[in-house]
Design a binder for this molecule. Structure first.
Ligand code: FES
Length: 164
């Protein structure tokens, strides 16, 4: 596959800010993900071609960092941290609560494609644990009531998005 001319232009423009093409892979992946929602193999290959770097450099970054999606995710991607600080803050309980509420297991997407629940290892909010991200937004000092409010709001928001 070929990336759109616009995306290729954006990637090349970003790459000009770095001393070498390898350093531009992460921002290039962000740009590609913003366009395609997730980074399938052909997109990763096309990013490598655009930056003229070995495919393996692109693949290893895209599969290492949880902010890149190599599989489709729901409209709201919930990434709950279950590392030490968050685990001590009862993240496991919050995970179970969300699994029950969304009727999915961690790693799955709801049937309507709205919510994906993932478990991640530290999102840098250890001092405000437990914490999670929904897409790019951080939610910290979580408890069940707060998580319930967040899910309620997202459900209302996703319903009103459908109506418009
Ligand atoms: S351990 Fe959860 S944010 Fe760092």
């Amino acid at each position: 596959m070929e990336l759109s001319g616009e995306l290729v232009g954006e990637i090349r423009q970003v790459a000009d800010n770095y001393p070498n093409a390898r350093s531009a892979i992460m921002p290039a992946l962000y740009l590609a993900q913003a366009q395609y929602q997730y980074l399938e193999t052909d997109v990763l290959r096309a990013v490598a071609v655009t930056l003229d770097v070995p495919e393996i450099w692109v693949f290893e970054l895209a599969t290492f960092y949880t902010m890149y999606h190599t599989e489709p995710v729901g409209k709201y991607h919930i990434q709950l941290c279950t590392n030490v600080s968050c685990l001590l803050g009862k993240a496991e309980h919050l995970k179970q609560y969300m699994e029950e509420r969304l009727q999915i297991e961690t790693g799955e997407t709801t049937e309507d494609g709205k919510f994906t629940l993932s478990k991640v290892e530290c999102i840098g909010s250890c001092d405000k644990a437990p914490a999670m991200m929904v897409n790019q937004d951080y939610y910290e000092n979580l408890d069940q009531v707060f998580v319930e409010q967040i899910l309620d709001r997202l459900m209302v928001q996703s319903s009103s998005d459908q109506e418009t």
